[in-house]
Design a protein around this ligand. Sequence first.
Ligand code: SAH
Ligand code: SF4
Ligand code: F3S
Length: 440
Amino acid sequence: MNKKYLITTWGCQMNEHDSEKIEGILNSLGYISTDNKESANLIIYNTCLVRENAELKVYGNLGELKGLKRKNPDLIIAVCGCMMQKEEVRSIIKEKYSHVDLIFGTHNFHKLPELLESYDQKRNMLIDVWNDSPDIVENIPTKRKYDFKAFINIMYGCNNFCSYCIVPYTRGREKSRNPEDILAEAIKLSKEGYKEITLLGQNVNSYGKTLENQVTFAQLLYMLNEIEELERIRFMTSHPKDLSDELIDAIKNCDKVCNHLHLPFQAGSNKILKIMNRKYTKEKYLDLVKKIRKEIPDVSLTTDIIVGFPGETKEDFEETLDVVRKSNFDSAFTFLYSVREGTPAAKMSEQVPDEIKHERFQRLLDTLHPISLKRNKELINREFKVLVEDISKNDDTKLSGRTDTNRLIHFKGNKELISEIVNVRVTDAKTWTLEGEIVE
Ligand code: SAH
Ligand code: SF4
Ligand code: F3S
């Protein structure tokens, strides 16, 4: 009988895609997936360290597995991903979560078959985490969540060391994947019927810098745009310091590249941007936004914002609100600053009290939401091509999909349409989503 695994993933798209590869590896070993903990032979938690709440969730979930392991001693509990890259986390697990059997990291999950075998021989907690790896491992089997849209890694790691961020420590130094390998994967997917690809990297704008024959991200987009069967190309994330005119042109000129830019600005005050080590100013960011909106009028702009970075005064926070008002973001991910041990910001003395952080956070949302609503209302009566993704979460008589500009839209339709691209006219707009109807 096939062994069964259950995998739970926290964190970003990078982690989600790693989990797709872990699933691919397990399938190739004969495992099948289950969503029932009780019947699983192997439970894997793929973890995130980016903010404290991500970390706490994992500890909570691990604690809950204690009883299950007692009832079923043959169950293998594995933990992997960004949290495991940190030694202190591994020590906590050794001490307090001794029911965990296997720990591996972000650089060696492709070794899972060997790790499972070694564990099986000794049946003692096995820890194998690599600090970094210069190699990019190709051809890892992948079990993709969807059969019409797919993630493709174009680079790994990060060299930016924003002073609040743990990612450069959990994902290692920046490495770009060869354009030939990326193209081959995209062509293969398009032949299999995939319509949309999302190119993944912590800072896609610096793609190519580590390659022997340097290729820019814009050049990569032009190459991918040639793949005939492919309909849509998305990418995440763009760092404002590296966003070139060449890239803006590529988005404009490549018909398959979606009109959406996720361009985190994090904070509006130049003082804070400097201590965040972001390497741009508020003025430069606003100029960039102006240029992008002028060159690509229909573009959707989204961003990430951190509230309560150490040393953030009332005046600094007002600068963040000012950027929000001037940029007309379509939507934003907002975060309360979270201390990450091991990053430079964790040692900064002027931490902002929680109460003030929460107060500012609410003001930020109160500023952002009416703008998102206004942006969405402007779309009423317009028609968009929508990739149908699923049955709507709140109303199972409806479908949900995304426009080229990455907006979520709900509309009535037959579920046979999932994975198709249809024309939808916007009939109503909310802050987060649009409502629409299919037009023939
Ligand atoms: N490489 C991407 C994503 C990084 S993590 C980028 O640079 O945009 C995603 C977001 O988490 C960041 O953009 C930032 O807004 C937020 N983030 C990272 N570290 C954080 C911390 N310590 N506290 C709060 N938010 C954080
Ligand atoms: Fe973190 Fe900055 Fe790298 Fe993004 S660019 S992953 S925020 S260090
Ligand atoms: Fe992603 Fe979290 Fe790691 S945001 S890179 S899974 S720390």
